[in-house]
Design a protein around this ligand. Structure first.
Ligand code: SF4
Length: 612
């Protein structure tokens, strides 16, 4: 659309910034362009919850077009959970509506004195009073705003979690469907700015260079894509949960043990049999991995149809807490969505407290009458309320595992499973070692999606990255190169803005296909090498920011549990990832020095020396 909206919540001033052609050529859009603005606007010492932090919403060149699964946007900020660079990707339908309102992105600076929301249309930008919305959960906020803005508007909002500065507040779109920018506390930054919501609406046309060609491209691929993802469409992302348990990938009791007999009961297959009503599709998607469920009676009855849990939630709030009751997990999911808090970190902090409690590391009085033991559903419900409202024990849990470990002292840090302050998601790095290196080096802390290499270790090939044969999940020697290239590819996807699942479908031809789509949409020709180089540039740009925050090899690590605790005997059960060895090779390939700082020459070659 050629312009970014800048809003200063402190002064109420708004301004339109023209997109610079060179910036688009260098950083593509989405996460890449957002990281560039972020670098320029936020110095490393800035307090994430202070007025000098910024909140950037960025679409990519594919957003709002008919390109597959491209209705996505990225939120970029400094994380109140990790105190380093943060980004969070979100699907749904908000991103394309932002574009149709006339903007490629929004940069929000300053802090409002009172609660407000931004009402953006293709005709006006208004900073409106949100007094009546403050305190409402995300579902009610969505419904109430629908009464006062255009009916077709898309809404991104925070819940009480973000308002109360729970360090892992999310930004939620789609109301009860809850497609969220979930990780690293982007919603908390929104809360610190007293910004309750951003509504977007517009009718502007998103221009496409070759619309006919794009439609033909879609025709050529959509049937095969639907076939490829038939399982995910039927059963959602948690369809393979029992298979994850079999492989040793599933988190069980804070990753402390190996087997979980109720895996099938919390899987997407079980959900499909019992409570699934519909599939949810983000804009432009033909796969539909989202779940819409309804529980008609019993203790966890829902008020009509609502979004159901996906894999990460079912695992982190299910097996990770020793809970094998899917309907209870749906309740946890609904509560986290209503409060607007990240289900991954919520699962991790509760599991940590359960383990610390089991080992007598928490004084009884601090437990606040919650019987936090493995499998205690009622206690989990009580604690989620306390986290969302920031009451009692919820005040401690709302700060994340790193802060909890510091407060409890003794050997509690052993049970705080995070990297750089961001909690480990629902995949065990002892089961697929790409995760070990991916978690250790991801720019936002422990993240499975910044490399997304682990799902390719199930027999897939990706020839254009130099891997024409499937890689074994325990292959040590080739893993550093694989993880590095996958990180570059995922940085590219986060900048173009497309769902990462479609990259599996493109498989061996992934770069060629992305180049085709980019050319059809923008007319810009980039070959495979240029595309991957752009991803590498963006990944390094984020690393440069983090190094200025003091991040180095000492932080590129894993919790000890994953490096020293074997889970049994046998070829796979006793495998521990050799992180140090893989890290040496990874740094060498990246042209980073032995303590993980990018070499100046490399940064120069990438064309981002001004950020060094
Ligand atoms: S596959 Fe799932 S996450 Fe990806 S665009 Fe489709 S519905 Fe959204």
């Amino acid at each position: 659309m050629g312009k970014i909206l800048k809003v200063d919540l402190g002064t109420g001033a708004t301004e339109e910034i023209k997109l610079n052609k060179k910036d688009i050529e260098t950083f593509i859009g989405g996460s890449g362009l957002g990281a560039k603005y972020f670098h320029e606007l936020v110095s490393p010492g800035v307090d994430p919850l202070g007025e000098k932090n910024v909140l950037i919403f960025m679409t990519g060149p594919l957003t709002g077009t008919k390109a597959f699964s491209s209705d996505r946007f990225e939120v970029i900020t400094k994380s109140p959970l990790t105190n380093i660079y943060a980004e969070s990707d979100c699907g749904g339908k908000w991103g394309s509506m932002l574009k149709r309102s006339g903007y490629d992105g929004i940069i929000i600076t300053g802090v409002s004195e009172k609660p407000v929301y931004l009402n953006i249309t293709d005709r006006s930008v208004e900073i409106a009073d949100a007094k009546d919305l403050w305190g409402l959960d995300t579902f009610d906020t969505h419904n109430k705003l629908k009464e006062s803005v255009d009916k077709k508007a898309e809404i991104a909002c925070i819940g009480p979690g973000g308002e109360n500065l729970v360090r892992y507040g999310v930004i939620s779109t789609g109301g009860v469907h809850a497609r969220v920018a979930g990780r690293a506390g982007c919603g908390t930054v929104m809360g610190s700015k007293k910004l309750k919501a951003i509504t977007v609406y517009g009718n502007k046309k998103v221009k496409v260079f070759n619309q006919k060609g794009l439609i033909e491209f879609n025709k050529l691929h959509s049937k095969a894509m639907v076939d490829e993802f038939r399982g995910m469409k039927e059963y959602g992302t948690s369809g393979g949960l029992a298979g994850c348990e079999e492989l040793g990938d599933l988190p069980i009791k804070n990753f402390s043990t190996r087997r979980f007999s109720k895996a099938e009961n919390i899987s997407g297959r079980y959900m499909a049999k019992k409570i699934l009503k519909k599939k949810y599709y983000c804009g432009g998607c033909v796969i539909g991995c989202g779940r819409i469920i309804e529980i008609k009676d019993g203790k966890y009855k829902t008020k009509g149809q609502i979004g159901g849990p996906e894999y990460e939630t079912s695992a982190m709030l299910g097996s990770n807490l020793g809970i094998g009751d899917l309907e209870a997990i749906c309740k946890f999911n609904e509560l986290c969505n209503r409060y607007g808090i990240d289900t991954i970190t919520t699962g991790s902090v509760i599991a940590m407290i359960m383990e610390c409690n089991e080992r007598g590391l928490i004084p009884k009085k601090d437990l606040d009458d919650t019987k936090l033991v493995w499998g205690s559903v009622d206690a989990v419900i009580k604690v989620i309320h306390k986290i969302g409202k920031q009451e009692g024990i919820g005040k401690l849990l709302g700060k994340g595992t790193r802060a909890i470990a510091k407060k409890l002292g003794s050997y509690a840090p052993e049970f705080a499973l995070h990297v750089k302050g961001l909690e480990i998601p629902a995949h065990d790095p002892r089961a697929k070692i790409s995760l070990a290196l991916g978690y250790a080096t991801s720019n936002r802390g422990a993240c499975h999606l910044q490399a997304f290499a682990f799902d390719f270790l199930g027999g897939n090939t990706i020839s254009e990255l130099g891997f024409p044969e499937p890689l074994d999940r325990f292959e040590v020697n080739k893993m550093p190169e694989f993880v590095m290239k996958m990180q570059n590819l995922m940085s590219l996807a986060d900048s173009l803005k497309c769902c990462k699942f479609i990259l599996f479908y493109f498989g061996d031809h992934v770069l060629t296909r992305l180049a085709q789509v980019l050319e059809l949409v923008t007319g810009r020709k980039m070959d495979s090498d240029e595309l991957l180089l752009a991803g590498e540039r963006v990944f390094n740009l984020k690393r440069l920011y983090n190094t200025k925050c003091g991040i180095s090899r000492k932080d590129d690590k894993l919790p000890e549990r994953f490096l020293v605790q074997k889970r049994g005997e046998g070829k796979y059960e006793d495998f521990l990832p050799p992180l140090g060895k893989m890290l040496d090779e990874y740094y060498r390939l990246r042209n980073w020095d032995e303590i993980g700082l990018p070499e100046r020459q490399k940064i120069k070659e990438l064309g981002i020396e001004e950020y060094y």
